[in-house]
Write a protein that binds this ligand. Structure first.
Ligand SMILES: [Zn+2]
Length: 322
């Protein structure tokens, strides 16, 4: 069985090179914000530092666990905060590349936000980036490769990140949020199209709250108590942005229900909700509800009175659903 089959092309390629000894020692990892550059680099670091040579990264040895968490003594992380890596830090990096590994045979450096580094800092890095001491591997992470000096660009092997596979995204989310329920986890994976950034947004406290409320709206709309729907939709003292975010969350669930009615698989709703709500809602009602929710959203965007818009929306949703 090919163990690399489920990996993204970049990870599979990195492993192949590592195994056949053609791995570079300097990488430029490019990807949009939230594309998982840091996780990719930490994953590569796990593979480089893993105690199991045959199955690196095994994911279970001490080295893999420490590397994945970013706390391995032979893993050095720079540029993690808001500030650019300075010339002084580059000098520190150069000094550290000359050290003997604490645990194994390699020392790995991950330099985040490399595009923020000023030219003197990039220049100072050049020598060690071009020809790191034996056992040293450096990853430069950047949102824009072109913001690096041409001299730096030409010295590293470029890797542009594509979307993560579902399995990778799920694994990464499990590490980031170990207490996450299975339903939320799989919904985040389905909704994020391989983007770690989108998945993290999806799982943010606000987005989760909005989804919970949107689900209550749905059950109330297809329930028997009009006042419950009205109180949920129009009673909260929403600020404009909150109301917009909340109607967006509701719209997504409506689209999800429409998908179910066309025989597709739900993206956001759990199978139980999909079955229960799908049984109560007609396609026609859902289409009308989508329409009026979008209209309300437009009114909110156009500075309409928030309470009035939400009150009208509650009544309209009730009429459409019943
Ligand atoms: Zn391992």
């Amino acid at each position: 069985m090919d163990l690399t089959a489920k990996l993204s092309p970049e990870r599979a390629d990195f492993l192949r090179r590592l195994k056949n000894g053609t791995c570079s020692h300097a990488f430029i990892v490019e990807g949009a914000k939230g594309s998982g550059k840091r996780d990719f680099a930490l994953w590569c670091a796990s593979a480089l530092l893993c105690e199991s040579h045959a199955h690196a990264p095994c994911g279970v040895c001490r080295s893999c666990q420490k590397a994945a968490a970013g706390h391995h003594p032979d893993l050095h992380l720079y540029g993690e905060g808001e500030k650019a890596i300075t010339v002084g830090e580059v000098r520190e990096i150069i000094r550290e590349t000359g050290m003997v590994p604490v645990d194994g045979e390699r020392i790995v450096f991950v330099l985040s936000h490399a595009e923020r580094m000023q030219a003197p800092a990039q220049n100072a890095l050049l020598k060690v980036f071009e020809e790191p001491p034996a056992g040293v591997v450096i990853f430069l992470l950047t949102e824009a490769r072109r913001a690096l000096l041409p001299t730096v660009r030409s010295r590293g092997q470029s890797i542009t990140l594509s979307a993560l596979s579902d399995a990778e995204l799920e694994r990464t989310l499990r590490i980031r949020q170990p207490r996450l329920g299975a339903d939320e986890l799989s919904a985040a994976v389905r909704a994020s199209h391989g983007s770690l950034g989108e998945a993290m947004d999806f799982l943010s406290k606000d987005a989760t709250q909005n989804r919970i409320k949107a689900r209550e709206w749905l059950y109330a709309a297809f329930g028997s108590d009009k006042y419950r729907l009205v109180s949920l939709v129009s009673m909260p003292k929403y600020k404009r942005e909150q109301a917009i975010a909340q109607t967006d969350a509701f719209l997504r669930l409506l689209f999800d229900l429409l998908l179910i009615k066309t025989g597709a698989r739900a993206v956001l709703l759990s199978p139980e909700d999909a079955e229960e709500l799908g049984g109560r809602a007609t396609k026609r009602a859902l289409a009308a509800m989508c329409e009026m929710t979008m209209e309300s959203r437009e009114r909110l965007e156009a500075n309409g009175n928030v309470t009035a818009v939400m009150t009208n929306l509650a009544s309209a949703l009730w009429s459409a659903a019943n």
